[in-house]
Design a protein around this ligand. Structure first.
Ligand SMILES: Cc1ncc(COP(=O)(O)O)c(C=O)c1O
Length: 395
């Protein structure tokens, strides 16, 4: 049967092969450690789960408006005020099926076929696939470790073409966990504005930052900026499929039209459950978890460095460490996929190959997700250490 040509532009995740193998190993009784999973190990907060159950029990099983529950938009607007000191009109907020839904709505709104959006390499791989699905292009820009693997104003100037509509960046980033300083993001915005382009800022890992800096958001940078966020990560609600975007006012009518047609509405019980996310007791619990992530980072980072992994961009957020393996063992210097498969086979430790996040240097990198607690991470370090010793000997 015929498949649409654009499917050729959409790659599966390489890590899925690893996951399938890890599952088989587990079924055979092996104790596999999972540091490849990009979601919090914590369950959704109890109060949120109860609110979801209550919503179902009270018959909240019908469609809401396409852009979501007004009372949830209100809560999110209050959150921008309390957490960031930013005033956001609730009408600018659109509730979506995850950040994934937000990204699809925005790209469908602003991109025509064959137009391009600048993306970072390394970066979240689905971005270019959302674009391919609407016959537009993601132009991967190889970012530099010394820039924290972030897109710079100079790169915008260098790579901008007549077909370029704008740029999409994430801070903190997946896979690096690196944060953009506020001045960095502002100057990137200026560079894009000077080209009359549009800046998309994916703030999905906001809330999970460990450098003690006051949080800032791009929500009020101007009429040429869209912000993407989600209940998946900080709020530990990946499976509920709920996120949001903050759009300039001119864009809302178009987004509403698209949301009606593409999704009809975001998940209703999830929206009612999310109303409880901003309660003081829930935020308190989430902050305790954030501290646990911070402790894990503090544990894992020096241990990986001591084993010889180079971590060129300082991870300060999300729950990822992007580590360079090219100096470790010449056998794997050009093959992150081979490294990950071999590590899984020999030590039952699953991590993600860099080739899932970028073409430029993906083969030199692997991503560790610290979505397990410290005793498990410690066990993982022991296995890694043994693995490195064994492979050096067998070389
Ligand atoms: C940078 C980034 N953006 C967006 C998403 C999509 O998240 P969701 O659709 O669960 O909100 C992810 C998921 O891992 C991500 O890492």
């Amino acid at each position: 049967m015929k498949l649409a040509k654009r499917l050729q532009q959409i790659e599966p995740f390489h890590v899925m092969d690893l996951l399938a193998r890890a599952q088989t190993m587990q079924q055979q009784g092996q104790d596999v450690i999972h540091l490849e999973v990009g979601e919090p190990d914590f369950p959704s907060p109890d109060a949120v789960i109860q609110a979801g159950i209550n919503a179902l029990n009270h018959g909240q099983t019908h469609y809401t408006g396409a852009t979501g529950l007004p009372q949830l938009k209100q809560k999110i607007a209050q959150f921008y005020q309390s957490r960031y000191g930013e005033q956001v009109e609730p009408e600018r907020i659109v509730i979506t099926p995850g950040a994934s839904g937000a990204l699809q709505l925005i790209t469908s709104l602003i991109m025509d076929p064959d137009e391009t959006l600048l993306l970072t390499d390394p970066g979240y791989p689905c971005n270019r696939h959302f674009l391919a699905n609407i016959n537009a292009d993601g132009q991967l820009i190889q970012t530099k470790a010394e820039d924290g693997f972030h897109l710079t104003p100079e790169q915008v100037a260098e790579h901008w073409q007549t077909s370029t509509v704008g740029a999409l960046v994430a801070t903190p980033s997946n896979p690096t966990g690196a944060l953009m300083r506020e001045e960095q993001l502002r100057s990137l915005h200026q560079a894009i504005r000077s080209k009359q382009g549009i800046l998309l800022v994916d703030e999905i890992y906001h809330g999970l930052t460990y450098n003690g800096q006051a949080p800032y958001s791009a929500v009020n940078y101007g009429d040429d900026v869209f912000v993407i966020n989600s209940f998946s990560k900080y709020f530990a609600m990946t499976g509920w499929r709920l996120g949001w975007l903050v759009a300039p006012k001119w864009a809302i009518k178009g987004i509403d039209k698209l949301a009606q047609n593409l999704f009809l509405a975001p998940n209703t019980p999830a929206q009612y459950a999310a109303l409880d996310c901003f309660d003081a007791n829930v935020i308190e619990e989430l902050e305790i978890r954030k501290n646990a992530f911070s402790d894990r980072l503090g544990f894992l980072l020096p241990k990986l460095e001591a084993l010889g992994f180079r971590i060129p961009a300082k991870p300060e957020g999300a729950f990822y460490i992007y580590a360079d393996i090219s100096g470790l063992n010449h056998k794997f210097s050009q093959d992150s996929m081979g490294f990950c498969h071999d590590l899984l086979e020999k030590k039952a430790l699953a991590i993600t190959p860099g080739v899932d996040f970028g073409h430029a240097q993906g083969n030199h990198f692997v991503r560790f997700a610290y979505t397990s607690d410290i005793p498990v991470l410690s066990n993982a370090i022991d296995r890694l250490s043994e693995y490195l010793q064994d492979t050096q000997i067998s070389d």
